[in-house]
Design a protein around this ligand. Structure first.
Ligand code: IPE
Ligand code: IPE
Ligand code: MG
Length: 232
């Protein structure tokens, strides 16, 4: 069997455009993204992906209109309420990457903690939700911890930083997919993506399904990963 990526990252983009094209409010696009997320997660589970990190809300998304931000906060809380039990039944461990700052409502943090606690011993797949996540913020937070722990400069190397990222137990993503035809990373997994294979698709996130994930995995399987070396 061809190699299945152990860890896949997904920038779930294009919800607003999906809605606008239908004459709907942008928030309807976010709502329609739930089915895409659930189908993608089950598709990943079915082919043996061990970790799926999905970008749900970036540290830059606070710049959006307050109503949209409020919708996204409530939506993500509702999504966990609606889906955590079925994901738990499938053996999915739910984790979060991002900052728990004052802007995230307490009720959302509580729901996140509940989902993480409920599923913490599951081992089939990790669904890591990047929420109030920024790749630069993650590196800053790792550096803060090094300083707080008084780690001397002579002991600071890549391993020391890596160990202080939000989820050091997850392998770096082998594959990162971005939907909606945008060719940028938008501050996703900066450190972890150093050697990821990138796949871009024009599909808007609410239309994305497991078949699209499998298409991206097939593209990944054609790639030759060198990690700076020469062909083996
Ligand atoms: C992605 O869809 C979802 C979030 C960023 C929360 P967008 O809302 O960015 O959709 P577009 O890019 O405006 O179409
Ligand atoms: C990236 O999408 C963030 C998420 C998918 C959560 P954005 O739509 O926020 O990114 P930009 O603004 O187009 O770079
Ligand atoms: Mg977008």
């Amino acid at each position: 069997m061809r190699c299945i990526p152990r860890h896949v990252g997904v920038v779930m983009d294009g919800n607003g455009r999906w809605a606008t094209r239908r004459g709907l409010a942008r928030t309807e696009g976010h709502g329609a993204g739930e089915e895409a997320l659930v189908d993608t997660a089950y598709g990943a589970l079915a082919v043996g992906v061990r970790a799926l990190t999905v970008y749900a809300f970036s540290t830059e998304n606070w710049r959006r209109p307050v109503d949209e931000v409020r919708y996204l906060m409530n939506f993500n809380r509702g999504l966990l309420e609606r889906r955590q039990h079925e994901l738990h039944a499938e053996g999915v461990r739910i984790t979060f990457s991002g900052r728990r700052d004052w802007r995230v409502p307490r009720s959302v943090l509580r729901r996140m903690d509940d989902a993480a606690t409920l599923t913490k011993n599951n081992q089939v797949m990790t669904l890591n939700i990047a929420f109030n996540y920024g790749g630069r913020a993650e590196i800053v937070d790792a550096v803060k911890r090094l300083v707080e722990e008084r780690v001397p400069a002579s002991k600071i190397d890549e391993k020391a930083i890596r160990e202080r990222l939000y989820h050091p137990e997850l392998p770096d993503p082998d594959l990162v997919v971005r939907t909606s035809g945008e060719f940028r990373t938008s501050n996703f997994l900066l450190w972890e993506m150093a050697y990821s294979e990138l796949v871009f698709t024009d599909v808007l996130w609410p239309d994305f399904r497991r078949e699209d994930l499998y298409g991206a995995i097939e593209e990944y399987q054609q790639r030759e990963r060198r990690f700076g070396g020469v062909d083996s």
